[in-house]
Design a protein around this ligand. Sequence first.
Ligand SMILES: [Zn+2]
Length: 340
Amino acid sequence: MRALTLIADRKLELADLASPAAPAAGEVQVAVKAVALNHLDLWGYRGMAFAKRKMPVVVGVEAAGEIAVVGPGTSGLRPGDAVVMYGALTCGTCKACREGRDNLCENVAGIMGFHVDGFARDLVNIPARLVIPVPAGVTLRDAACAPIAFATVQHMLFDNARLEPGESVLVHAGGSGIGTVAIKMAKAIGCTVITTVGDDAKAEKAKALGADHVINYRTDRFEGAVRKLTGKKGVDVVFEHVGAETFNGSLLCLKRGGRLVTCGATSGPSTTINLMQLFQQQYRIIGSFGASMRNIRESLAKMAGGLLPVIDIEVPLADFERGLERLESRQVFGKIIVTF
Ligand SMILES: [Zn+2]
């Protein structure tokens, strides 16, 4: 079978690997049909000094496919079923897992496609408990965006920031994979959405997604623009994932008692913050990473209800690297899908 492997930093190889054995008890074998690209792929591709991983490693952190073979002792799944897969090898038995807080598993064995072999291959064996059925009417291309892009945003906005209908939210990088999802999810519950983009063409596209106000951060200071748009009050929630370049500006955009939720630091991981401002303004800063299985089910339900991902481009497996380069250069608007 085909498998796209990372053999060294910034070096991918399309390998011909032996197909996996028949799935063991409690496992299923999934034929992968679509992989969605994420910044996590880029971190893995560039190499991270602190990441413990073996190479070569099969890349691909987020995917959808069809059940090919069902292992012994597995009920509720049949060959041909459309599914997505939870991308971290959780233990399934610790307190966090038992309580459905999968992304806080105490014994996680790694993130697939990053620490351990991922989804950019024709066939993968995976524990059936990590497989989530795709509702009828949702394509595999769209479903491939559920496990990370959709579920991460669902977890950030609703579990962590507790975004309520009628509130205001600043979504950074409204053209990014998760930015496009955040705009759509916030608008779907009746929030006022302000977003930032890096060029005017993206501004038009963000408006078309429903953003109420779009700021070009290259020509306008977003913190000033947000304060002006909100009558100097600030927003209820900031959706952060840019990091060093924007973090302090993001805090300045918050209302007193506002919430900042962050899941990324694409522009750099370190910053300083003013602690006086933090406690006097009673900000809440919430770190968020990954999502629970429940968040993936909620995401798929939203897709079934018509809240679909924005697809930037689709590329074949052999062009995975071209997709990563597009992501890295910030040319992207929405999600890049690798098809099989
Ligand atoms: Zn666990």
